[in-house]
Ligand binder design. Sequence first.
Ligand SMILES: Nc1nc2c(ncn2[C@@H]2O[C@H](COP(=O)(O)OP(=O)(O)OP(=O)(O)O)[C@@H](O)[C@H]2O)c(=O)[nH]1
Ligand SMILES: [Mg+2]
Length: 316
Amino acid sequence: MNEEKSVKAAIVYLARSRPGDIAELKRSLSLLDVNFNDKFNYPVVIFHEDINEKLMGKIRESTRSQIQFEKVSFKIPDFLNKEEVPELIYLDGDCFSMGYRHMCRFFSGIIFHHPALKDYDYYWRLDTDSFLLDKIDYDVFQFMHERNFKYGYIGIFKDEPGVTRDLWDTTKKYIEDNNLKPQFLQKFMSDGIWDRSYYYTNFEISRLDFWRSEEFMNYFEYLDRAGGIYKYRWGDAVIHLLAVSIFLPESNVHRFSDIAYQHQGFFNNYSPSPDIFSRLKNLKEIIKKPVVRTSNSLKRKSGLYRRFIKFVKRES
Ligand SMILES: Nc1nc2c(ncn2[C@@H]2O[C@H](COP(=O)(O)OP(=O)(O)OP(=O)(O)O)[C@@H](O)[C@H]2O)c(=O)[nH]1
Ligand SMILES: [Mg+2]
């Protein structure tokens, strides 16, 4: 079916080829199908480094969405001194791989210039561990478009001091040097200092032209050259909150409080207890395989998430 859509938009993922990640991705796509895309039929672009043809076939088989794979290769940008970029960084009780930091840089600013997105006006980012838990009965892109929303988010949290080191000083200098009047950044300031708030960017729906605008690109380039993404793991999440609250009027920003969404221990508009486990039984058909991830992220998972995984394991 070749229907003409009034809003040009794509759902985007960045995926790794590890079996656990692929299992999560398939689960994420299945939930996307039943809860949104069977009805609205937007293309899904999956960026990856090393997913082979066979795996691509398997992923395609697992979803009714139209999938486009786009290979990316990550490297430390030439303007940084590689000697100063450690392979692993240990901060705030966590360990961040080089791949993780490449991912942060990609989502912070690089993705918006990828040729695969050039014909789109909006994107919806989901991660391989992003799960839509209930039906969305309206077109989220059309919704953004009609109300002139440029950034849509699901939640706001606060990051740790180590992984945001120097980010505020760098941003403050940028604001001062460029005589900027931040739009609503003061909401995230306390005693004249940014309070390390971030948008939970494993879910974000946004207009691409904002991220391709000169004002954002200049700010991103400034941060990029400062090197904090690689030295301290400045995340796309904090960078996006700063950029949005500096450059966009608050009236252009929307929180999707109605969408039932899960990422690890975070549940949006989906009561995780006490009846989540019985409601999740409906998902038995979709959630075929339990996904138990290794790595440092595991220890950050909440007790609730562990119970959720245990439940899925038992039920599948
Ligand atoms: N290709 C590729 N994808 C990555 C890499 N690191 C992360 N990703 C993907 O980028 C998205 C975000 O990564 P996550 O590891 O989930 O990041 P996070 O949500 O901040 O951290 P967690 O708490 O571990 O979930 C996911 O879809 C990952 O599959 C990488 O090194 N290479
Ligand atoms: Mg994640």
